[in-house]
Design a protein around this ligand. Structure first.
Ligand code: NIG
Ligand code: FE
Length: 422
């Protein structure tokens, strides 16, 4: 057993395992325990990596011999972050494009000029599996230092069969070897590669790559591949092709979780809600009907504040979504366009640019993001029976993580994944 004691504050979020997400006003009413005497504790069954008790030290009961004690030093504990949207495997960053974007070139202009996803795809195709894995390992360790212990992570810089499989293998290996938990997403429809067109790329994905993933999964390889993604956008994949690809993914057991209505409204959300997508990301241009449809379908809206910030897009109507009962999650969208992996920074941006309250942004970065990758009942909250994924802060007020914008390294003292200090 591991016992974390001397805590002044525990941000539980919810105290049960039956709640898989929070919506509307419930996002503000999260459960926070406080004790000026610093007498709170969390007990963890190390073998199972699960929480067994949260509350006053006087109530923890008899401790087994050999219990390992961690001193919380009067700070606070909160669930570690679930990053609902990342593209962490790539070669070739795009620092050389940043000045162009700052000078006003739009996302689509950069891509049409041969940059953007095309540049990264070229470099990723050339890179060896070992290089990609090594780079991912370094990125993951920075994510963990920033308090993230579970990520959704996409392929999508191969766009051909072999490179997409290479990326999926890199993610799969990372998911079984690194201290971060990965819900891998196949995103071979991230863009139409040079020399192809929407129809050809759709066929490649549906007729060749998805069956190959299916085969690999049946053989026990690619264990972490759980989701299917498409960049549903004008100039990339229209609603019809997107539906075809997502349904093909569903037919082999993958959950649709895709990019929709980022730069233009084309009705991807309405389709996603109709086919039961588990999550949809970006949503800057979502329609009123789309919001209602997402709320009804219980499909998570994974909002990506750093991307809207960097591209100077009008942020999605997060307040309206919350009012209408949409499940709001957050993601860093870490990728060569939006080079930010820090979830505390993402929460600060969500509060400032999307007008979320600090409680709402924490819910979105924990239990609701977990829901968007099918882990809402087991991750993202500190309640008995849930996975012991948590952070200890040196501060006794968790809000400092959001308030001290972009400066969390001195606040996060300990990161715990499945009951182990990482
Ligand atoms: O989520 N919008 C599409 N995909 C990524 C960007 C990928 C890239 O530009 O490399 C995103 O922002
Ligand atoms: Fe993305």
């Amino acid at each position: 057993m591991l016992l974390i004691k001397n805590l002044r504050q525990i941000v539980q979020i919810v105290d049960d395992s039956s709640t898989e997400f929070l919506v509307g006003d419930a996002m503000k009413g999260i459960k926070i325990l406080s004790s000026p005497e610093c007498s709170l504790c969390i007990a963890i069954r190390k073998k199972e990596g699960k929480i067994s008790f949260v509350g006053e030290e006087s109530e923890v009961g008899v401790l087994p011999p050999g219990v390992e004690i961690v001193d919380g030093k009067g700070g606070c504990a909160l669930p570690s972050f679930v990053d609902g949207h990342t593209h962490p495997v790539f070669a070739g960053d795009r620092v050389h494009e940043f000045a162009m974007k700052l000078a006003g070139a739009t996302y689509n202009e950069v891509q049409a000029a041969g940059g953007g996803i095309h540049f990264t795809t070229e470099k990723t195709r050339e890179a060896s599996e070992e290089t990609l894995y090594g780079d991912l390992e370094r990125i993951v360790s920075r994510m963990i230092q920033s308090g993230t212990t579970t990520i959704e992570a996409k392929s999508g810089y191969g766009l051909d069969e072999e490179t997409e499989m290479k990326m999926l293998r890199v993610l799969d290996r990372a998911s079984s070897s690194l201290a971060i938990e990965i819900s891998t997403t196949f995103c071979g429809a991230h863009a139409v590669p040079r020399g192809s067109n929407e129809e050809k790329q759709t066929e490649l994905i549906v007729d060749r790559v998805i069956p190959r993933i299916d085969e690999a999964k049946k053989k026990g390889e690619l264990k972490s591949v759980e989701n299917i993604d498409v960049f549903c956008e004008t100039g990339n994949f229209g609603v019809e092709s997107t539906e075809r690809i997502l349904r093909a993914g569903q037919s082999i057991g993958l959950a649709p979780n895709f990019h929709a209505e980022e730069l233009s409204y084309i009705g991807g959300v309405e389709m996603g809600a109709r086919i039961g997508a588990r999550g949809m990301s970006h949503l800057e241009e979502i329609s009123h009907e789309g919001i209602e449809a997402m709320a009804r379908a219980r499909s998570a809206a994974v909002l990506l504040p750093s991307t809207a910030f960097i591209l100077r897009l009008t942020p999605p109507p997060a307040r309206k979504m919350i009012e209408r009962g949409v499940i709001i999650g957050l993601g860093s969208d870490f990728n060569p366009n939006a080079h930010c992996l820090s979830m505390p920074m993402i929460m600060s941006l969500a509060c400032i640019t999307m007008r979320l309250s600090m409680e709402e942004s924490l819910v979105a970065a924990t239990i609701n993001a977990a829901y968007s990758i099918g882990r809402g009942a087991t991750h993202g909250a500190l309640s008995p029976g849930r996975q012991a994924d948590l952070l200890l802060l040196s501060s006794n007020r968790w809000e400092n993580l959001i308030y001290q914008i972009g400066d969390h390294s001195h606040l996060i003292s300990t990161v715990i994944k499945r009951g182990k200090i990482v």
